[in-house]
Write a protein of this length. Sequence first.
Length: 145
Amino acid sequence: MIADVPFGVFLSGGVDSSANVALMAEQMSRPVETFTVGFTGSDELNELESRAETAHRYGTNHHEVLISDNELRDFLPDLVFHQDEPIADPVCVPLYYLSKLARESGTIVVQVGEGSDELFSGYDKYIKYLRLYENFWRHAERARF
């Protein structure tokens, strides 16, 4: 968190970015700059509610951008241009809009949480898959056909 330029954190609804916010808030004398992206008309993809709890709890200076299906589709040719290759990771589009929002706010450096949610079941859906494994798949693996 030592930087010569303004910094913040990308805040999703997961454990990893929420932990970043909590740890930063403990150390800082000003509100943490947080950034979230959401999707219009796609409640199942949004993490806006859980991120709102974290932003409120730690008193962050929160910024949010919502993108539509049309914006997502229209941006794909530019995405290929900017990345200089076709990449099939769907997170690239919202990450672009999120990075753009951070930069437009004057934030130059951002912390991100990458990978911890997958390791530590940072989302409810991971718990659902764990329960499916424990209750069914684990036993099916032992079956001899």
